[in-house]
Write a protein of this length. Sequence first.
Length: 589
Amino acid sequence: MVNIEGKKKNRIPFSQRLFWSIFFIFLGFTVCFLLFQYQREREFAQEKLNNVLSNYNYQLFRRSQQTDDLNQAVKQFISDIPQKELRVTIIDPSGKVLFDNSGIDEFNNHNDRSEVRKARLYNEGFAIRSSASTGERYFYSANNIGGYIFRSALLYDPYVRGILAVNKDFIYFMALMTLIFFFVLSRFTFNIGRTISKLRDFALNIENGQIPEIDYTFPNDELGDISQNIVTLYHRQQKAKNELSMEREKLIKHFQYSKEGFAMFTAEGKELLSNILFIQFSNVISDTQLHQAEDLLDIPEMESIRTFLKKNINMPNRKKKVLRQSVTVDKNGKIFLIECILFLDNSYELAINDISRQEEESRMKRQLTQNVAHELKTPVSSIQGYLETIMTNPELTPEKLRFFLERCYSQSTRLTGLLRDISVLNRLDEATEMFDLSEVNITKLVGEIQKECSKEMEERKITTEVLLPGNPVIYGNYSLLYSIFRNLFDNAIAYAGEGIKIAVNCYHEDPKFYYFSFADNGAGIAEEHINRIFERFYRVDKGRSRKVGGTGLGLSIVKNGVNFHKGQISVKSSPGKGVTFFFTLKKKM
Ligand code: ADP
């Protein structure tokens, strides 16, 4: 890491590398161009001088044709031209110097001189070299005229050098171009470098785990667009990541608070995740304290799940994406449903559900249906019996007939009452929203019931004492509240006995609830029945209940009615001392 950091510190930034590479390529081209151009300029200058001297050679040839005194002719010619130091040489086809005005007498063969050689080959040639004869440096220009070489030469002195000097303007021009290019390129690469270093800053920030807060703005070009896209993509990805982790968090929370024991395992059987309930249920099922979730698979009850996993994990060409296997375990008075789900990647999950309550509920439901059927059967079959008697005995006396019809009527009333109670309980179970709410004055309601029951109470010499201080008013369902008090009154009248006293009392009130008691000082209920009197169809004395028209549903309706009003109910009784019900009702639902 340190090494990489070190390397990072020493390296040349990308923009500088880009700058220098482009700049050096440009410089290379410029230097090549300069060399080429320089050479061309030099050749051009030499050719220009060569043309002048070549012209002299031809003029000399012409003059030499017109006179015999070559010396005089040459002198005359030189006096006519600006170059007074012109050296003139005439060489015959064999290379022998026929004439030379340099003042030297001895000459060796001149055919080996490079300008002479060129003139022999191409009719003209020039050279800059030192003279083998005079030892001085000359610019020679030779022409082959009819096999004779006419050669003019100028001393390579500052004057000639001036003529041959290369025009350097183009060099200055190229230097200026290079300078301009340098600045333009540096600006361009600086901009690229700025974008890149911004992008790098951004990436470094992310790598160091800092969430970049500043809003990165990039130049308005393609690189800027790409960078902007990267930043936008990062933000989008970050958002998606956050959302995903929130979802995951929610999912984990859901597992933790789920009513189901849940654990996930890798294909190798290692635990990935488990909730508290899974461990608790596992302990109950295994009868020991399991150290880890995977230990549950080792207990004998899990045999079928073990075989299922063994058979299906790593099964080639599996078609179904998800495979399931479940087992029910009855342990320590509880029933558990353990379900194993095997996924395509061979990871699997185990879910444990405590279905004891469900089982109990479905058992109760079955029992309830049986009870309902049974309860309905009794009145229906007695109605049928009476009607049969009437039909099969046409000679029945009007009194007898009336007797049977009255029985039929009373049984059908019972049936209606039963169906009404069942329907109330059904609505309380399934459709509480069907009960509409209004303000119900309890004092008024109790008063009405008292009036309705006054005849029966009188007959049985029952007195009442109603104490409802503060005139309680409940925002609830009228018919349910009526049922609560009516059933309690009916029961007291039916079962408590004669000459008793019924006391209705609102003994306490808090901001949310009214606390009621409903007491009689009659026969009371034996201890073994007291806990069951709220059950549907439960009666202490079946015969007596039927005789007084009871359905066995009265107290169930009372309890559910209280619960509907967010209250609680309890009962206290001892035989001979009467029954007292305590219940609360919420003032406003
Ligand atoms: P029922 O339709 O039989 O009245 P309930 O659910 O109202 O059904 O009552 C259940 C049983 O509780 C009754 O059968 C009765 O034996 C007993 N019971 C209810 N109230 C009283 C009471 N005030 N005194 C004595 N027994 C009572």
